[in-house]
Write a protein that binds this ligand. Structure first.
Ligand code: NAD
Length: 479
């Protein structure tokens, strides 16, 4: 197949956008409804593709990809009128009489580059924001999830307005060709190394960016918790999310030396209840996406610095790219597993003397995408919220903040910039245009030359909001 012509594609999209078609409320609604239909009518095809790419269990595919996408689409359809409406804002004395409003307008032609781990949701959720905001959009799904990429290309081609919504499948050469174009926004989900490549390409055109990156998201476990509930929620966020291949999965845990044995025992027994005695045979755990990532995770486990630290799991099935839920205890800070994002089914547990000491460990690292705390201690919870900087925080659960569309989802520092979900997705793809409306009445001569002390006094009084000052200036009174 001939390599696609990115410049020609961009020209076509610019033409569509310039026609004004994508700006109308009706067009946006029709495209959102088409996405909703696509997700509803082709559920099996999507689930099959996710199984082929990741052996993703059907329940996870449905709940964490399809249902979230449908909810997101439903919310946009319900709220679009409100989101598109100009927002009236107050004006100041200096512009009296006047009124002002913030008018959201589409940015133009935007690019969405998505990752392999939630290849359906992470591709289409930003597209919802782009369409709702009235943009033309190109989606570049990840080549590492080829079955989902091909289903997306096929279904978007069938359901969407193809002159405004396009899918470009492919890997680095295709992404590089896309990045050479001048976009009005780039929305990238993936790792920070490629995030830097995307940022450099965007900088050439001063293109604004959203970077949805990852990091080492910690979970702190205090000793006063309902341990069974805490363990189940940690397992759900780690192994129950794509077998740890999720940007918001807990990367490592921290608890006190005293409490660690109880936490480990409970994690072990709940893991066995969920995935059986031989988790490599469980159908409820995703496989590792490909051999590169399998080898990367194996290297983390083979690091000499963590020899003897595996206290649970560690089994691997290279033929089926499976790695069992694995727990490690007190790995050194300079081991590979503590230096990079794990993005897989390995959970190191670090121990500290006092639970508050965990804050220093977290603060010594880059700001994570998420941080979790299990506690019943009000003071600790408040300290956590005020002291820990992360994309998002959850107390007494893991990962669930991303299912709350009234919360912005995004990183800070190394975990990313910008945010989306719900109205934040609409905002991510909109320009907030400032509009000031004046009439011809009240044309204050003081702003025009020749400048005189009287005019200056009047302006000062106006700026200071002093009614008496205004009167004095107008009547020419002096102290
Ligand atoms: P990936 O390998 O699928 O890459 C992401 C995208 O970048 C793909 O579309 C790929 O084609 C493109 N790409 C890869 N190399 C490129 C290059 N040299 N030039 C241009 N484009 C290139 O996904 P990944 O990076 O392995 O994803 C995992 C990472 O993403 C983790 O760090 C994870 O935490 C993060 N992530 C973040 C979120 C979030 O919402 N914040 C969600 C999922 C994953």
């Amino acid at each position: 197949m001939a390599f696609f012509d990115a410049a020609a594609m961009m020209k076509g999209l610019r033409g569509t956008y310039a026609s004004g078609r994508t700006r109308s409320y009706e067009w946006r609604v029709s495209q959102l409804k088409a996405l909703l239909k696509l997700a509803s009518f082709h559920e099996k095809e999507i689930v099959d593709a996710l199984r082929s790419d990741l052996s993703k269990p059907e329940l996870e595919s449905f709940l964490q990809e399809i249902a979230l996408l449908k909810e997101s689409c439903g919310l946009a359809l319900k709220e679009l009128h409100r989101w598109m409406a100009p927002e009236k804002v107050k004006t100041m004395m200096t512009t009296f009489p006047s009124s002002a409003e913030i008018v959201p307008e589409p940015l133009g032609v935007v690019l969405v580059i998505s990752a392999w781990n939630y290849p359906f949701l992470l591709s289409l959720d930003p597209v919802i924001g782009a369409i709702a905001a009235g943009n033309a959009v190109v989606l570049k799904p990840s080549e590492i999830a080829p079955a989902t990429s091909s289903v997306l290309a096929k279904l978007l081609g069938q359901y969407m307005d193809c002159s405004a919504v396009k899918v470009v499948e492919g890997a680095i050469p295709e992404t590089t060709a896309l990045l050479e174009q001048k976009w009005d926004k780039i929305f990238y989900t993936g790792n920070g190394k490629v995030g830097r490549i995307v940022s450099a390409a965007a900088a050439k055109h001063l293109t604004p960016l959203v970077l949805e990156l990852g990091g080492k998201s910690p979970v702190i476990v205090d000793s006063n918790v309902d341990l069974k509930v805490a363990a189940r929620r940690i397992i759900a966020g780690k192994w129950g999310c794509n077998n740890g291949q999720a940007c918001v999965s807990p990367d490592y845990a921290i608890t006190t030396k005293e409490f660690a044995p109880d936490l480990i025992d409970t994690l072990r027994s709940e893991l066995e209840k969920f995935y059986g005695k031989d988790p490599l045979k469980s159908n409820d755990l995703s496989r590792i996406v490909n051999s590169n990532h399998f080898n990367r995770l194996s290297k983390l486990l083979d690091d000499d610095k963590i020899s003897g630290k595996i206290i649970h799991g560690g089994q691997k099935d290279i033929a089926n790219l499976k790695i069992a839920p694995t727990i490690l205890l007190d790995v050194p800070g300079d081991s590979l597993i503590m230096e990079e994002e794990i993005f897989g089914p390995l959970l190191p547990i670090l121990t500290v003397n006092n639970v508050e000491d965990s804050f220093n460990i977290i603060k010594s690292k880059d700001k994570p995408l998420a941080a979790y705390l299990f506690t019943n201690n009000k003071k600790l919870k408040e300290n956590f919220i005020s002291n820990i900087s992360a994309g998002g925080l959850v107390v007494n659960d893991t990962t669930m903040h991303l299912a709350v569309p009234t919360l912005p989802f995004g990183g800070v520092g190394e975990s990313g910039m910008g945010a989306y979900h719900g109205k934040f997705s609409f905002d991510a793809f909109s320009h907030k245009k400032a509009v000031l409306l004046r009439s011809f009445a009240g044309d204050l001569s003081s702003r025009y030359p020749p400048y005189t002390p009287k005019k200056l006094n009047l302006l000062k009084a106006l700026v200071n909001g002093s009614l008496l000052g205004i009167l004095r200036a107008l009547l020419g009174w002096h102290d």
